[in-house]
Design a protein around this ligand. Structure first.
Ligand SMILES: Nc1ncnc2c1ncn2[C@@H]1O[C@H](COP(=O)(O)OP(=O)(O)OP(=O)(O)O)[C@@H](O)[C@H]1O
Ligand SMILES: [Mg+2]
Length: 313
């Protein structure tokens, strides 16, 4: 199988690099290159996604959309790609009520005088970085404009007090990656979607998910190091729980983070504690919670018969 780096197109290709001369700026640039994650698992899904990402970067599309259910590894992939290509990464969560001036720039009052400020996103966009914008489905109009500028025009527009707004072009090495969850039919508007060349990040196979759980737990605590085969039952349970979610019997998607939390509790403190971590998945509405917990229990007991009664007690 090819390596993750090969799937990205490296070493034959690497993004055009920013050539800074100011030593302090160069130090900031270097410090934002992520470290490769020694526990990163490269399976078929990761290779496939790295190919899409590398291709769009190399061919100069300048952007990519990656969507998929929570916890499949969208952000882990992007981080590992930046680490492999030795490019700084700047990530923001657009759902978190962001300050646009802080992000993009604008005029600010500084000890009585107005000064023009370049925001963080703009600073990185100008210097050849992987810009990661998460949770884009729920963005307000001002954010929509920002996304359109980044993706379609490859520029950032900063409002100015004196005269016309300032348009700053993206560095040719900059790639804009946006991620979102497609739940409840939430997708970006069609114009943005087509420009992003959106790709769905598939759920990793059960075997790969077992490897990921094993790698994460071993990295967190050597005492929790186990072979991937020891998580087979946990992943069979989570596969069934995900089906329960599809049938709208759960309030939350049982993603890989839930699976990791379950496995960590099971190994470190025992099954009853692990079972209690599943409680949060149940529907919360009056009248539906008890039914949801009973469904959870039914699925759980099929894999861990000794866990009967903990959820519904
Ligand atoms: N291939 C992998 N190898 C090792 N760990 C991984 C891998 N993929 C994902 N993980 C781990 O799984 C967890 C979830 O991954 P990540 O945050 O990238 O998911 P996501 O798809 O961005 O989720 P969301 O849609 O909720 O933002 C993280 O702890 C991450 O480190
Ligand atoms: Mg994410």
């Amino acid at each position: 199988m090819q390596t993750f780096a090969e799937a990205l197109g490296s070493p034959r290709w690497r993004p055009p690099r920013w050539e800074g001369s100011e030593s302090q700026e160069c130090a900031v640039w270097e410090s934002a290159i992520p470290m490769p994650d020694p526990a990163y698992i490269v399976g078929q899904t990761q290779i496939l996604m790295a190919e899409h990402l590398g291709l769009r970067w190399r061919l100069g599309f300048g952007c990519i959309g990656i969507f998929g259910v929570p916890g499949t590894g969208k952000n882990a992939l992007l981080r590992q790609a930046a680490a492999t290509l030795r490019i700084p990464m700047f990530a923001v969560d657009l759902s978190a009520g962001l300050d646009l001036v802080e992000l993009v720039g604008g005029t600010a009052l500084l000890s009585g005088t107005t000064v023009e400020r370049v925001g963080k996103l703009t600073w990185w966009a100008q210097r050849g970085a992987l810009l990661v914008l998460n949770e884009i489905q729920a963005v307000e109009p001002s954010m929509q404009t920002l996304l359109h500028d980044l993706v379609s025009e490859r520029r950032v527009v900063i409002p100015s007090l004196e005269g016309a707004p300032q348009a700053i072009l993206l560095h040719p090495g900059t790639l804009v990656a946006v991620t979102w969850n497609p739940f409840q039919g939430r997708m970006p508007e069609p114009a943005l979607l087509s420009r992003l060349g959106a790709i769905e990040f598939p759920q990793p196979s059960q075997a790969d998910e077992a490897k990921i759980l094993a790698a994460r737990l071993a990295a967190a605590d050597p005492e929790l190091a186990r072979s991937p085969a020891e998580f087979t039952r946990d992943l069979a349970l989570f596969t069934d729980l995900r089906q329960l979610y599809e049938q709208q019997e759960l309030g939350l998607f049982p993603d890989m983070r839930f699976a990791l939390n379950f496995a960590a509790h099971r190994l470190a403190v025992g099954l009853p504690a692990a079972v209690r971590t599943l409680n949060a998945l149940a529907l919360t509405g009056v009248g539906e919670r008890q039914r949801s917990l009973r469904q959870l229990e039914r699925v759980l007991v099929a894999h861990y018969p000794q866990a009967r009664g903990i959820l519904t007690a």
